[in-house]
Design a protein around this ligand. Sequence first.
Ligand code: TRP
Ligand code: ZN
Length: 493
Amino acid sequence: MTRRPAVLMATTVLVGLVPATANAEEEGGGPPSPGAPGIGDPYYPLDGNGGYDVEHYDLDLRYDPGTDVLSGTATIEAEATQALSAFNLDFVGLDVSELTVDGRPATYTRAEGELTVTPERPLREEHAFEVVVTYSGVPATIQDPLIGPSGFIHTDDGALVIGEPDVAATWFPANDHPLDAATVDVAIAVPEGLEGISNGALEDAATEDGWTTWAWEAEEPMAPYLVTLAVGEFEVSEYEADGIRFWDAIDLDTTAVPFLPPPEDPAAPPPPAPEPVSVVDQVRAALARQPEIIGFLSGVFGPYPFSTSGGIVDAVPELRFALENQTRPVYAPGFFADPVLADTVVVHELAHQWYGDSVRLAAWQHTWLNEGFATYAEWLWLEQEGVATAQEQFDAIYTGAPPEFWQVVIGDPGPGALFDIAVYFRGAMAVHTLRQVVGDTAFFQIVEEWATSRAGEAVTTDEFTALAEELAGRDLDDLFQAWLFTPERPALG
Ligand code: TRP
Ligand code: ZN
């Protein structure tokens, strides 16, 4: 095997019973009842909420790196999908000082990450309503022994938000599940001299009383976990290519540890840990390839689904991941210490713009649809770069992966194995096997049709397999059963 692909990791709905006698005022919707505390994801029963759909989040925030305090207001525009006596938002930790619904004070209670809001008067089904939450506090960082810090990370000069599946609720009240995507505007005030970066297009940066407010607007709906925030000292570059507007943000202090060549004598004592070196030039070189990479991916998956793009690299040495934040992925510095990883991680996160961000997950168990496709995009890229063929990548893993790898049922891995390396590699192998079985013509038709016909929608594995069968004109049950739902190494066809 030439190189391992670029993943730096080891790693009911409660519907209220509707009584037979409907209140005349609530025609068709039944009497008001509380929205469910979860959107119905079997892996994360409290993620998201029932009873409404968010259309738009307007976050008007301030972050003070001196105190780590985030404060401001979140304005949420939503529509009731049932008559609501109360509804929940996902919101963890921060203190709420004021909460209104349609401009009138509402009462609220908090427990286990759920903010339960009771408006003064119930909301009719289909009623468009506005919730304004004023809050402040120090957002908690998520710590995981395997993946290190994620979520809202307090950095040496600011903050960085990167994580999934649960991250949005740690810094703004949200319907925190990819099923409910919404447009997002983020205005972030930071001490003058610092930058504040988020998704979409920069609309304004204005300084007043020593604070600069950076106003970002993301016009295409996104899942809440894809909203990012980076505060600190960044080199910000804005440019346009192929009709897409790019904003890149690079922390010029970014360093990483170069990879050590394997020891010649395995018995010798390990060499001292290498010193981190600046990787800013490598970051700039990799991000400079974004338009070319998007061009390559558009050729395979269809048009780039968004109007803006770019990347964020912050000097956070303990970060071990990249994430496909919509229009603006965030990359850990470590990727850029290796020239092949540097490009392929950009390919991976940009491929997610089609598979993961535009075409979103209806439930987290379908994560292989995100990771298998993003990893397969790396294989296609490395093939055209002349580094390794997709078949070589497949073969190396097929023969080299340990037994545990084959035990992960990637179509339903369970929350504990959601981001297991098997979800990535076996996922890409499933995609490659599909290509071999149906042939290139049908295969490339399937992947493009998947991205274009389901753009902006939430999807499931069953929907993908149905589309593949339809376009291939044959039954593919055995293939998907073996590759997605069987805890053993599939036989080669
Ligand atoms: N989806 C990310 C990628 O493949 C990886 C990832 C999984 C991640 N869990 C995370 C990144 C938590 C940051 C935090 O690109
Ligand atoms: Zn990924």
